[in-house]
Write a protein that binds this ligand. Structure first.
Ligand code: FEO
Ligand code: CA
Ligand code: CA
Length: 707
């Protein structure tokens, strides 16, 4: 349903105490991340802070071989570091020989005030939802009725706060690469459900135990079959279809990889340490070339009350306080001081792989990819056919990782090839990134002012954590490295980043883009100050790092900052790869990244309302040619929502976005968002609808007659 903006009701838009500069909606921080940024960041390791100079010198020797190195004055020209990505494409052995000849044609939208409760799209486009929280997807599921939710019903209905999304073709053979997918008239929508907000989900008639049970059922993932009349038309979801599936806190997962079966994975429910119920706080993800979906377990720490006293738990922010969701009141496994459940929290924090083409297959938790607060994982195939997964650990001062599979991918989508490819993430090497700047430290003053060489850039090294099945970390076994990966990465001296969210390789160039969303603690008392890869103190707006890999399996790389984000009219520390700042759409808090079939970067944001006072949105960023660095806003999401996904399909001229946590700053009785149905008070909508926000998957398409 699409409703003209002028018909939408006005909402109470008076003062909103939930917003404070530098912080997002209080409810979002509380429910989504357990107020992670309000606590001291758990990375108190001294790795980069004190050992910077020595390791930098060492790193340069490793990287530059026999090149003469004057301390603090190595210069690698910006033009050689991927400032012209056509060159980077050559470097990686892949060109721009990609699919779609025409970019998406649109005029950038006006940025929207943070109180605007609307989806705003460019002229000539319209939008509708594909599916909303509570829509039934399995037999027996009732039409959503906000006054009659139950655990059993929620397990048959689409879950809550949507994050990662993809629409896979009916047959996996139509997935050619990360962006070369032929979506026909039938597809599989796959999405994550990251967290829940009971303050806006339930009226006062619900008892607390029911609310908790419904929320457990509203976490997880959904697979939903979708259909359309012809390519380019909007999709409709099927309420009953063979591949529809809900994954929730009672779904059985298989644990694989080196830590499966380890004593630290065993519980009284699972004495083998190889199976676990449920997945938690699933944030971003990635679709593999073999047609499975990866999903990151992110702020899982907030669901467990632990015994306390283990510094390895503290490194993940785990605490002995009661949890905000209170699930330990219903299920002993959420309090690891209960006998038999001492290891339950070790069974979360992994990358999950689900095969949407096989609704009976147990999803898998891959321990070979390490345990941290996984934003997501994105796979690319190296020239030797091994697969490489890039990952961010989204917390202030945490790290960027890559995994290189031991075995090579098999071509095709035969049963035999898929079965093999689904084992690729079970065994391989794990690395963590060290970024070294090439400008003198004195020139990185924390204001965001460019150093004298004109670029935030330098060299980097993938520091080994596990290689050839052996630990590369002194004093830690392979199992310990993978289970306590943050501790291992501290030990080897990884670079502390400003909350790395999506880390995704451009399928056409192999260059990797790291969305560092923000870090308001950088440079604060006792904390690491600005470094060349994170050049602003109190970094509220974030930045995007471009990594130029020699080969996807190389252990050294070069890097530069593509964007230093912000609203140029408010802030003179922004940088857009030399593109004029007064000509870009303001952008802040980059979160998810994606690529269209021309190799353009697309970014969705999470946090603009508090950082620059504007609604979050979706943006296209040009990476090549004279317009490199140009940022154009395509879409704006409603009040308090973050934009997730996104997915761009130039072939169909369609864009998809998950609208997560609309109206998080309201209450059930006083909603601050009416997205997506915009029913006014007293207006009777379809059965079961009500006046309040519903996280939804949205599709944007050309208006009829324009295609
Ligand atoms: Fe769930 Fe890092 O965003
Ligand atoms: Ca530099
Ligand atoms: Ca995210």
């Amino acid at each position: 349903m699409t409703i003209a903006p002028e018909s939408r009701p006005l909402l109470p838009v008076a003062t909103t105490p939930h917003y404070a500069r530098g912080k997002r909606v209080a409810a979002t921080c509380y429910w989504k991340c357990a107020d992670q940024c309000a606590h001291p960041a758990p990375n108190v390791s001294a790795n980069e802070y004190f050992r910077d100079v020595a390791s930098r010198a060492l790193s340069r020797r490793v990287m530059l071989g026999g090149m003469a190195v004057a301390a603090g004055a190595v210069v690698v020209g910006a033009e050689a570091l991927g400032a012209e990505p056509a060159q980077a494409a050559t470097l990686t052995g892949r060109g721009h020989g990609h699919g779609h000849g025409k970019g998406l044609s649109f005029g950038p939208i006006e940025t929207q005030d943070r109180l605007v409760d609307d989806v705003v799209v460019p002229r000539g486009y319209e939008w509708s939802t594909i599916i909303r929280w509570g829509d039934p997807i399995l037999p027996g599921g009732h039409a959503f009725d906000v006054t009659a939710q139950s655990e059993a019903q929620q397990k048959l209905q689409f879950g809550y706060n949507v994050d990662y999304l993809d629409i896979l073709p009916e047959h996996p053979r139509d997935i050619r690469s990360m962006v070369e997918t032929r979506r026909g008239r039938r597809g599989l929508l796959v999405t994550n459900h990251e967290y829940t907000n009971p303050d806006i989900m339930f009226d006062e008639s619900y008892d607390e135990a029911t609310k908790r049970a419904v929320q457990r059922a509203a976490h997880g993932m959904s697979v939903v079959e979708v259909v359309r009349r012809r390519t380019g038309d909007p999709w409709t979801y099927l309420r009953v279809a063979p591949k529809n599936r809900r994954v929730h806190m009672d779904t059985e997962f298989t644990i694989d990889g080196p830590v499966a079966g380890h004593d630290l994975m065993k519980t009284v429910e699972d004495p083998t340490g190889t199976t676990v119920r449920g997945t938690l706080n699933n944030c971003a993800g990635g679709t593999t070339p073999w047609g499975t979906v990866l999903s990151g377990e992110e702020n899982w720490h907030g669901y467990f009350k632990v015994a306390g006293g283990d510094p390895r738990d503290a490194r993940y922010g785990l605490s002995s306080s009661p949890t905000r969701y209170g699930w330990e009141l219903d299920d002993p496994r959420f309090d690891t001081s209960n006998p038999g459940y001492e290891n339950e929290h070790h069974r979360f924090g992994w990358v999950v792989e689900i095969d949407p083409y096989d609704p009976t297959a147990a999803p898998v938790k891959h321990t070979a990819l390490g345990r941290f607060k996984h934003e997501g994982a994105n796979v690319i195939v190296a020239p030797d056919k091994r697969v490489v997964a890039y990952m961010g650990d989204d917390e202030q001062f945490d790290y960027v990782y890559k995994f290189v599979s031991k075995n090579a991918m098999r071509n095709g989508h035969s049963h035999w090839a898929r079965a093999h490819n689904k084992t690729l993430l079970s065994e391989g090497d794990l690395y963590v990134a060290k970024f070294t700047g090439d400008s003198p430290a004195a020139e990185i003053d924390g204001t965001g002012a460019l150093p004298s060489d004109g670029a935030f850039d330098g060299t980097g090294e993938w520091l080994p954590l596990v290689v050839d099945g052996a630990s590369a970390v002194p004093g830690m076994s392979v199992e310990e490295v993978l289970l306590f990966t943050r501790v291992a990465a501290d030990t080897v001296g990884a670079t502390k980043m400003d909350r790395p969210e999506d880390v995704e390789p451009n399928p056409f160039t192999g260059n990797v883009y790291v969305a560092c969303t923000n870090n308001s603690s950088r440079g604060s008392s006792g904390r690491e100050g600005a470094t060349e890869p994170n050049p602003r103190n109190q970094n509220r707006d974030g930045h995007v790092v471009e990594i130029v890999e020699g080969d996807q399996t190389s252990t050294d790389f070069r890097w530069n900052l593509l964007l230093v984000a912000g609203d140029p009219s408010q802030n003179d520390s922004t940088y857009f790869s030399g593109f004029p700042a007064d000509k870009v759409s303001p952008i802040s808090c980059p979160d998810n990244v994606a690529f269209d079939q021309q190799g353009n970067l697309w970014i969705s944001t999470d946090g603009q309302p508090s950082a620059i006072g504007r609604c979050d949105g979706i943006f296209r960023v040009t990476l090549t040619g004279r317009k490199r660095g140009n940022v154009e806003q395509f879409l704006s999401v409603p009040r308090s929502a973050e934009a997730c996904g996104p997915l761009i399909d130039l072939r169909d001229e369609m864009v998809y976005v998950n609208v997560q946590h609309p109206g998080d700053d309201g209450s059930f009785a006083e909603p601050t968002s009416l997205f997506p149905d915009y029913l006014d008070a007293g207006e009777r909508g379809p059965v079961g609808s009500w006046r309040g926000p519903r996280p939804s998957t949205v599709q944007v398409y050309k208006k009829r007659g324009r295609r």
